[in-house]
Design a binder for this molecule. Sequence first.
Ligand SMILES: Nc1nc2c(c(=O)[nH]1)N[C@H]1C(S)=C(S)[C@@H](COP(=O)(O)OP(=O)(O)OC[C@H]3O[C@@H](n4cnc5c(=O)[nH]c(N)nc54)[C@H](O)[C@@H]3O)O[C@H]1N2
Ligand SMILES: Nc1nc2c(c(=O)[nH]1)N[C@H]1C(S)=C(S)[C@@H](COP(=O)(O)OP(=O)(O)OC[C@H]3O[C@@H](n4cnc5c(=O)[nH]c(N)nc54)[C@H](O)[C@@H]3O)O[C@H]1N2
Ligand SMILES: [Mo]
Length: 694
Amino acid sequence: MNPRSSLSSDATGTQVLGACPHDCPDTCSMLTTVTNGVAIKVQGNPAHPHTDGALCTKVSRYTERTYHPDRLLHPLKRVGAKGAGQFERVSWGAALQDIAARLQAIASRGADAAQAILPYSYAGTMGLVQGESMSARFLHKLGASRLDRTICSSAGGEGLTRTLGGKVGMRVEFFAESRLILIWGSNSIASNLHFWRYAQIAKRNGAKLVCIDPRKSETADKCHEHIALLPGTDGALALALMHELIAHDWLDHGYLAHYTLGWGLLRERALQWAPERAAGVCGIAPEQIRALARDYGACVASGAPAAIRMNYGMQRVHGGGNAVRLIACLPALIGAWRHRAGGVLLSSSGAFPVQKAALQRPDLLAGKTPRTLNMSTLGDELLRPASAAFGPAIEALIVYNSNPAAIAPESVKVVRGLTRDDLFTVVLEHFQTDTADYADYVLPATTQLEHWDVHSSYGHTDALLNRPAIEPLGEAKPNTQIFRELAGHMGFTDACFADDDAALCRMAYGDAVDFAELLAKGFATLPTPEAPFAEGKFPTPSGKCEFFSARLAAQGLDGLPDHVANHEAFNTSTQYPLAMISPPARNFLNSTFANVPSLQEMEREPVLEMHATDAAARAIRSGDIVRVFNARGEYRCKAKVSSRARPGVVNGLGVWWRKLGLSGTNVNQLTSQKLTDLGGGPTFYDCLVQVVAD
Ligand SMILES: Nc1nc2c(c(=O)[nH]1)N[C@H]1C(S)=C(S)[C@@H](COP(=O)(O)OP(=O)(O)OC[C@H]3O[C@@H](n4cnc5c(=O)[nH]c(N)nc54)[C@H](O)[C@@H]3O)O[C@H]1N2
Ligand SMILES: Nc1nc2c(c(=O)[nH]1)N[C@H]1C(S)=C(S)[C@@H](COP(=O)(O)OP(=O)(O)OC[C@H]3O[C@@H](n4cnc5c(=O)[nH]c(N)nc54)[C@H](O)[C@@H]3O)O[C@H]1N2
Ligand SMILES: [Mo]
């Protein structure tokens, strides 16, 4: 394949077709302009309907990030103490030889000994090839511990799957035709901009937009209504909405009878949730609940399509899985699915025919069944001693596409684990992140402008291809190549370790997507139905929308969804009387871009948004340095007295690199490793704190 098959070439340069690699529902089609081998500009592809020629502010700085003076360009070996960040340059050969020898020494101790090696990766790139392909083959062959990749979406994913049957829902473009849009736990303007474009078309055509979010976000500013509920109370709100729909008979009885399972049971439960009861739990006025139910219920009589855009913000709490189940039930009550512009969308990723086994080759396990560890409890896992139940203590950690020191909960324990002198840590990175500071070896990886990849999306239903636009910088190599060469040093001779990236790109979808189309256009639209559940046909075991899940009941769990209170439920009379949420800062992507000067300038510094009454009660003014603390740790940052915060809730916008913060910490110094009700997810937004002036 010719990498730089040019769209157009003229005096200003060649344009190369690519895909934005970041963890975002939008998965934009990207054009990179290259002059004399240098990428001078990235822009949104005007030919891709969802991207519509526009990138977000942060990704429009992708060349600034790629050519950042701090880019890692050579392999590095630790020479100072763990975490001191002192390294010396070494050759690739020496680094890989030594890493292979260290891993071999662990693996050769016995049958299951390689379980002492743990990979840690997430979606630094969402690419199917630079994500889990060659890396997974390597780890399978090695017999390393497996990683349960729960850090973002597993509670919601499980809730959605138990109710609708998969990570499926409305097609995003049809939100433009909706008449009522509930934006639920999503700051779309910051984190799903290309959905927001469709919502704005609907708004201009007279649709009503309602934002359900504890924070008065940039998106809440632009909606007609904002319901500022307490974090982790969405399930109670959804139940009270059902209560009102039932009480006023704003129901599509035909839809309920034909296409749902367990209505009688759900009805009984919802009738226990009068608006007054839910309002007490949610910290809002009962009238707000009644008004929302009226708007939603009115769509039954009028036939107007009502749509819900959930995002993962609302499932980072104890009851996140159940809350998603309850919200995913709502469209069936009013028959919203009958219309292509009605229903719900949390994730569209289930629509993609990814050939996971071909990419990842689980057959290389050859009968081995290594344990699986949850990435959301990394701190505990790193500190756990060997035992019969756990198996060997973790002795080696291989990190790629992730920055766990910054993004994993309860960083005090994560950092204590990473500091262990008897832990051997390898980090594949673009930059010397907080995590890379604790590495024994840091290996320079290529960026999206320097490698091949294929992408799916969790916000639309187009597959994308990324071509390399420029040669790798310095000695950087794609993740795939690093694992390929490491396999060689380990003496792994299976033919699949010789597959090149072009071959992996073709394998990602096999025959299910026309690869020639991907090569020519950069994207290919999947053939998905316009109104997927207009006549039921849910991909659940029963084929119906499952209010009652026999599969969950069989696991001994509640077959019906319910409101599940936070682990750290809001209570003003406790030692930690404020609930802290830590949603993304608009110009960062998780911890990525936190070191890019032009974006840092926009976000300025880590802040904690506080409501005026909470600030006044503590004699805190905007600009004061505050200590935010709980039993797990302490974090210092600047207070910002702001109407974006509701009383009782403080917003610590994330995720900053620890070393760029005031005392070398960030918000995850305070978050806990407690897990969600379903899916074993993290509970970043279920976190009580106290705040005092420093
Ligand atoms: N600019 C930017 N875009 C991003 C990201 C980023 O870091 N920056 N992250 C990407 C990633 S990894 C993901 S997973 C996606 C989705 O990312 P999400 O983290 O879901 O981000 P948002 O869509 O902004 O939704 C977060 C919103 O949920 C609100 N929220 C917090 N707790 C609750 C709650 O209990 N109930 C309700 N109803 N709302 C709550 C927050 O105040 C916030 O406004 O976005 C991606 N896009
Ligand atoms: N307090 C709090 N914590 C959170 C969240 C929150 O809202 N609040 N959000 C959570 C969520 S939703 C998520 S998804 C996680 C995200 O956590 P992570 O997946 O760790 O995401 P990032 O922090 O963006 O770190 C990704 C790293 O991958 C690197 N990278 C990118 N591309 C490549 C590549 O091709 N090769 C290699 N080797 N490296 C690459 C980047 O340089 C970057 O340092 O964070 C979670 N943590
Ligand atoms: Mo995420």
